[in-house]
Each structure stands twice: as structure tokens, then as C-alpha cells.
Design a protein around this ligand. Structure first.
Ligand code: ZN
Length: 316
């Protein structure tokens, strides 16, 4: 069982060895690791209310299914440094890297606020002690002091930890530069106020939303105009087709009339043919009747005439 009592002169009464009193079993929950494995001092924020205590944090961690407190140190708003987990033990504060880290967590939610001046100063003194005085062979410079997000996929400990920005939280802890500026406001929250009273808050700028809707409305208006124009064009085409249809209908009527006239003509011709046929038949009957009378056979016309003449002469 690791038992590394620490004495940090610079912190004076602000340093509290709370390994034994803290809720849960700080001493035996966790596992032993040689101090030579430690490479990083990892800064976290607790993402809790400002008045959360080390025992509250231990309860939260227990509720996550861990044996007890996952950090080694907790720094409260008043600048008190609580030694809650022996540095000779690996605990639970950076996934897959717990043997390599000493976890230092500052009470607060640094996505919404910044550490207090007291937290900055005490964290500075604690890290300075661990880097310069404590016998941790692989932690010998401020480069070993990292934010949780540098080792894993997390926002911890908030946007103000960003080594690309000069004067970020790391730089302030290293140089013990306290804050004098007020905590930054969330500019992504828009408020509608009336006589000083906040009536509504939005995560977006309502004016932007209105502009967006105006733009959508204009697009819809353009579409309506386009469709109206298309409709007019189609109506015009339809009218033209109706006119064409009227012409065709009229032509059809004319040809129907012509056809009817031709039919009448044919009927009349048929009648005339019938009449002619009747006449023909009558003539044929007459011819047949004439044929049926006894013909004068054996003589030609001239013979008959000659016979007649000879008869005349005989009479004389
Ligand atoms: Zn963290």
C-alpha cells in the first residue's frame, strides 16, 4: 500500500492531506505503480457546481462504478489543495494512461467560467513542487503539465486551456498569472429583454434566423413567379391547341358535308340506273314479244319485194 506523505511548504495551510478522511477508500482503491512510470501532471476540471467538495467528487466517481476518488489532488475555489489519492497509486482520470499520470482536478466548469485566482496560484505552487522538488524522475519541466484534452478525446479542462493561445490556462498556471478580467460571457446566447427582465434566450441570433427565413421566403416567391409564368405559357399553348382543334373540327364538318352530298349524288345515280334498267327490261320484253310472233322465213327483204313486183306483173 503506497503511502507517500507530502509536505509543500509554499502552500502552508492551503495543503490538506485528505487521503484518509475522504469518503470511499482512497488508500486501497486503485493500484500500485512505480513513480518512475509517471510522465504527466494532468489538469482537469470537475464540471460541478463551485461549492462541490472532495467528498462530493468521490461520491460522483463511486457512482460511475469506480472504487473511489479518481484524482490525486483536488483544488477548491478557495485555493485549498486536497491530497486525495496517493501519488504511488494509479487511479482513474485519463483513459488507458492512468499509470502515467498524476491527476489534478480544479473544482468548477471551465466551459462556463474560469479558475479563481486562488486556484491558479495553488495549482502553480503544487505543480512547481511536483516538477522541481518531488522525486518524479520523468516529470522535470512544465512541458509535463498537460490538460486532459491533450491526452484524450475530451473538452476537459475547457476552452481556455489551449497552448496555441498566448496567456491560456497552462501559461497562467506556469507563470502564476492570476485573472483580473471578468470571466468571458457566452456570446452564443442571445437574450430578449423587456424593462431589464429576460423574456427569452436563444442559442442562435434571432436576427440571423429572421434573415434566413426572409431569404427562404424570397426563394419561394421566385419559385411562385416562375411557376406562374410557366402556367401562363402552358395556358397560351392550350389556347392555341383549342383554336387548332376548332379549325380541324370545322374542316371535319365540311368534309362530312361533302361526303353527305356525294352520298346523295350516288343515291340519285343509283335511282337513275334503276330507272334505266327498268326501261331496258321493258324493251327486252318487247323484243322477246316481237321475236315470239311468226317470223317470215326463207326470204330476204329484197326477195319479198321482187316477189311482190312479179305478182303485179302476172296480174297484167
Ligand atoms: Zn478531465
Amino acid at each position: 500500500m503506497s503511502d507517500n506523505p507530502l509536505s509543500i511548504q509554499e502552500l502552508g495551510d492551503s495543503f490538506v492531506d485528505y487521503r484518509q478522511p475522504i469518503w470511499g477508500n482512497s488508500y486501497t482503491w486503485s493500484w500500485e505503480r512505480p513513480i518512475t512510470q509517471v510522465q504527466y501532471l494532468v489538469i482537469h476540471h470537475t464540471v460541478t457546481s463551485s461549492d462541490a467538495t472532495p467528498d462530493d467528487i468521490a461520491l460522483f466517481h463511486k457512482a460511475r462504478g469506480w472504487g473511489g476518488i479518481g484524482y490525486h489532488f483536488i483544488v477548491t475555489k478557495d485555493g485549498k489543495v486536497w491530497y486525495v489519492g496517493d501519488i504511488g497509486t494509479a487511479r482513474a482520470n485519463v483513459a488507458n494512461m492512468n499509470e502515467k499520470v498524476i491527476g489534478i482536478s480544479l473544482i468548477g466548469d471551465f466551459t462556463k467560467e474560469l479558475p479563481t485566482d486562488e486556484q491558479i496560484t495553488s495549482t502553480h505552487l503544487l505543480c512547481k513542487f511536483l516538477v522541481e522538488t518531488a522525486s518524479i524522475p520523468n516529470v522535470k519541466s512544465w512541458e509535463s503539465v498537460v490538460g486532459h484534452k491533450e491526452l484524450g478525446s475530451t473538452a476537459c479542462p475547457g476552452a481556455s486551456w489551449d497552448k496555441a493561445i498566448s496567456g491560456d490556462m497552462w501559461w497562467r498556471i506556469k507563470s502564476n498569472t492570476v485573472y483580473s478580467a471578468p470571466p468571458p460571457q457566452q456570446d452564443d446566447v442571445y437574450k430578449v429583454t423587456f424593462k431589464g427582465e429576460v423574456l427569452a434566450t436563444y442559442e442562435f441570433n434571432p436576427e440571423d434566423k429572421i434573415k434566413g427565413l426572409d431569404s427562404k421566403l424570397k426563394t419561394a416567391g421566385d419559385e411562385v413567379s416562375r411557376l406562374t409564368s410557366e402556367n401562363a405559357s402552358l395556358t397560351s399553348e392550350l389556347n392555341q391547341q383549342e383554336t387548332d382543334n376548332g379549325d380541324l373540327l370545322s374542316q371535319l364538318r365540311e368534309s362530312n358535308t361533302d361526303r353527305d352530298k356525294a352520298k346523295t349524288t350516288v343515291i340519285n345515280l343509283e335511282r337513275q340506273i334503276d330507272v334505266a334498267l327498268d326501261k331496258l327490261k321493258t324493251q327486252e320484253i318487247t323484243i322477246e314479244a316481237l321475236k315470239s310472233q311468226t317470223p317470215i322465213t326463207g326470204y330476204t327483204g329484197w326477195q319479198l319485194i321482187g316477189e311482190g313486183i312479179s305478182k303485179l306483173f302476172k296480174r297484167k
